[in-house]
Design a protein around this ligand. Structure first.
Ligand SMILES: C[S@@+](CC[C@H](N)C(=O)[O-])C[C@H]1O[C@@H](n2cnc3c(N)ncnc32)[C@H](O)[C@@H]1O
Length: 242
């Protein structure tokens, strides 16, 4: 992938609109996520490890909210060759670039990138499902049902890797994690203005929930074992086994 530096929020804006995964964001997304999500590279490696362990021959492996395909690639490169990889994203700009990125990879498992809302996607015969930082953009009232649809489409012993930005009930903890996350972004070269403008833009569309809330959704959907597999500040990935 060609990495371009993210400067989307670098100039002062008179009005802050809702964050969108449009062409401008898709162009710089790899750089944006690397500099914004602590632990992202470790998570990609862990997806490779977990795909290798949990993918079952002849099944489907889904990447829901696949963006440019970073985790789709990790799936494809670590599963049996007779598995099918299905990436889903509802952003046209992301899907176009993702298809291009996947064409450059010559792993054997078949891959299909679908432009679709995750909520309209049928999950079937799935041994591995990755949903990285995407549930958080779905209406809160619909999230439980999304998790249930995933669970219902999974094979026995299959693995869901669910990554989310999370919030903390305790205000002091929430404040500390938010501050440390901003320090992480500053460390990676974002200015105070960029951080503030992106935060204001995201706050309208990204609504984080607590880790306990996610565990409750997963348990009631029928997952048997739920463990954090990567965790850094207010970003957590849960490994849930069907
Ligand atoms: C933060 S990015 C995900 C990053 C990606 N999973 C990764 O690991 O690099 C969120 C993605 O989810 C997509 N998205 C958000 N809501 C969606 C929905 N309801 N259905 C499908 N895609 C969605 C966005 O277009 C965006 O590409």
């Amino acid at each position: 992938m060609v990495t371009r530096k993210d400067t989307v929020f670098s100039l002062p804006r008179g009005r802050i609109d809702e964050f969108q995964f449009d062409a401008q964001v898709a162009d710089v997304f790899e750089n944006m996520i690397q500099r914004s999500v602590p632990g992202y590279n470790l998570l990609l490696d862990m997806i490779g490890v977990l795909a290798g362990k949990y993918a079952q021959a002849g099944t489907n492996c889904y990447d829901l909210g696949c963006s440019l395909g970073a985790s789709t690639l990790k799936l494809r490169q670590n599963i049996p060759s007779d598995c099918n990889v299905i990436g889903v994203d509802n952003s046209t700009a992301m899907v176009e670039k993702c298809r291009h990125n996947l064409q450059l990879d010559h792993s054997q498992a078949s891959v299909k990138i679908i432009e679709k809302n995750v909520q309209d996607t049928v999950i079937e015969n799935a041994s591995v499902v990755v949903m990285n930082f995407t549930l958080q953009f779905i209406d809160n009232g619909d999230r439980r049902a999304v998790i249930k649809c995933i669970a219902d489409g999974m094979t026995q012993g299959g693995a869901l890797i669910l990554s989310e930005k999370i919030k903390f009930e305790d205000p002091a903890r929430q404040e500390l994690m938010t501050e440390l996350h901003h320090e992480f972004k500053k460390y990676h070269g974002y200015s105070d203005l960029e951080i503030a403008q992106k935060r204001a833009s995201l706050e309208k569309v990204l609504i984080p929930k607590t880790i306990d809330q996610h565990i409750d959704w997963l348990k009631t959907a029928g997952f048997s074992s739920i463990e954090p597999c990567v965790s850094c500040l207010n970003f957590v990935s849960l490994l849930a086994i069907r």
